[in-house]
Write a protein that binds this ligand. Structure first.
Ligand SMILES: Cc1cc2nc3c(=O)[nH]c(=O)nc-3n(C[C@H](O)[C@H](O)[C@H](O)COP(=O)(O)OP(=O)(O)OC[C@H]3O[C@@H](n4cnc5c(N)ncnc54)[C@H](O)[C@@H]3O)c2cc1C
Length: 374
């Protein structure tokens, strides 16, 4: 008789095979609080004496919530697709399924200036908080004492959203901030996160992780090819005479744009950062945050607009809310052909990373993995 998969299976099939992105969904969902986050390798570990082993601290009692929350466990993609969209994506839908693609920009100057691209994410979060749709946001903030590094953060008001806007290119396991949301007994939160974290939107729904299925009111995904290690990023900056402590903003558009000091600005070759790719990103096949309610990015000609991919009904309803409130300007994404082409190309590149062999045979879905010529 097949046994219910639990930590042992998650450990061997996802953590040890490095399919684990470090998103921390398992830690967020664990009802017994026996998992913790090891920052050194971004992996979940058993707490206490069980640290680093495949044995759940509570024994094999059949609790399977860590495997259910994991957005990389077994046939995750088809399960999440089906739960969110009622069907699996086709091979051609390489950037996932969507209802519309738009370019969006915040009208509020403070929000727009704080935002990484068009400030849509921040505009939407502020609107959600101020209209009572959510009472908190699980996102990331700059780390105190480690210049231009990121860590998970819970914010609950406009000031918090503005202070945490913008992109950092190291990894913050945003779902860890759910602990604080739970402690504060927040009822409805928005989850912001890179593609891997945005997939939690589908895993809690597909596998009935009821608490977070109810609690996550909206998931805003960030398009993402990879993150970098903190030391590696600092090393490349230093090799160009830039002290990471002086960096005020970074944006990546085929090259790494770095603003630093009073009015310093440099463009660095992206290829110099590739050797410092964080290990958890190397097998991630999802560039386009395909399971978010709304996915956002900054590719294409329009640097100061957020490329906005609306995927679910509730994403559509939220976006319509900010449009009706007069908070954003909107135009069709198809106006930016470069962005549309890049979306497909970068999604295809990421798909090639998924190691089909790492998935148990019965759960493989090779037919839906695109065949891409080199
Ligand atoms: C690591 C990373 C890689 C990315 N790669 C691409 C890419 O290759 N192509 C592309 O088009 N877009 C990419 N993006 C998305 C892009 O940078 C913007 O986040 C997106 O366009 C939304 O812009 P905005 O102005 O609407 O967001 P904002 O209003 O600025 O809001 C951004 C939100 O992202 C959160 N955030 C910032 N850094 C992190 C982090 N490290 N971890 C988790 N949350 C974070 C902030 O706290 C904030 O809530 C990436 C983002 C990140 C964080």
């Amino acid at each position: 008789m097949a046994t219910t998969p639990q930590w042992r299976e998650l450990y061997h099939e996802v953590v040890q095979t490095n399919l684990c992105t470090g998103c921390a969904a398992c830690i967020m969902a664990c009802p017994r609080n026996v998992l913790d986050y090891r920052v050194a390798d971004y992996h979940p570990v058993q707490i206490g004496e069980g640290m680093g082993t495949d044995e759940c601290f509570h024994g094999d009692r059949g609790c399977d919530i860590c495997t259910r929350a994991c957005p990389r466990f077994r046939a995750w993609e088809s399960e999440l697709d089906t739960a969110l969209f009622g069907r699996e994506r086709t091979v051609d839908e390489v950037s996932g399924m969507d209802r519309s693609r738009l370019l969006v920009r915040a009208r509020d100057t403070e929000v727009f200036n704080a935002g990484q691209d068009g400030g849509l994410v921040s505009a939407m979060l502020i609107w959600g908080l101020e209209t009572g749709r959510i009472d908190g946001v699980v996102t990331s903030k700059l780390t105190e004492g480690r210049p231009f590094d990121a860590e998970p953060a819970l914010v609950t008001d406009r000031e918090g959203v503005i202070a945490t806007a913008g992109s950092r290119y190291t990894y913050a396991a945003n779902p860890l901030a759910m602990r604080e949301a739970d402690e504060q007994r927040l009822k409805q939160v928005a989850l912001v996160g890179m593609s891997c974290q945005a997939s939690i939107n589908g895993s809690v729904l597909a596998r009935n992780v009821a608490k977070y299925q109810r609690k996550i009111a909206l998931t805003l995904g960030l398009l993402c090819s990879k993150t970098f290690t903190y030391d590696g990023q600092a090393e490349v900056f230093a090799s160009h005479g830039i002290d990471i402590a002086d960096v005020t903003k970074v944006n990546i558009k085929g090259r790494v744009m770095v603003w630093h000091g009073e009015d310093g600005y440099d463009e660095l070759p992206l290829k110099e950062f590739h050797p410092h790719t964080r290990p958890g990103c190397k097998q991630c096949p999802d560039f386009a945050a395909e399971h978010a309610d709304i996915s956002t990015g900054g590719i294409g000609k329009s640097n100061d607009w957020t490329l906005t991919i609306v995927r679910t009904a509730r994403g559509e309803e939220w976006l319509q809310g900010v449009i009706d409130a007069g908070l954003v300007d909107v135009r069709p994404a198809e106006e930016d052909e470069v962005a549309m082409n890049l979306l497909e190309r970068l999604s295809t590149v990421s798909r090639k990373r998924w190691p089909v062999d790492a998935v148990p045979e019965g759960d493989r879905r090779p037919a839906l993995l695109p065949v891409v010529s080199a």
